[in-house]
Design a protein around this ligand. Structure first.
Ligand SMILES: [Zn+2]
Length: 83
């Protein structure tokens, strides 16, 4: 992945990866839309922001963590951090 792409996506990662924003606006996203944002954040090198975003969306929507495969997402984040 290009470092430039990661840098360009950083402002969006800060926006969607913010706890308050994730819960506040995540409630208004469908699961498909939320996953699309999460996939973008992961693909551009922001897995922590993706996890926060999807956690906020799922919590605000009253969904179980499994709805967005958050356990796998968080495990993947740990593995990447160890690398
Ligand atoms: Zn959802």
């Amino acid at each position: 992945m290009s470092t430039d792409l990661q840098a360009v996506a950083a402002p969006l990662a800060r926006l969607f990866g913010d706890d308050f924003t994730a819960g506040h606006i995540g409630l208004h996203f469908t699961c498909y839309e939320a996953d699309t944002v999460g996939d973008f954040l992961r693909a551009t090198g922001h897995p922590e922001a993706a996890a926060t975003w999807l956690q906020g969306h799922a919590s605000a929507s009253g969904e179980a963590a499994e709805a967005h495969d958050l356990d796998t997402l968080l495990v993947g984040e740990e593995l990447e951090a160890d690398a």
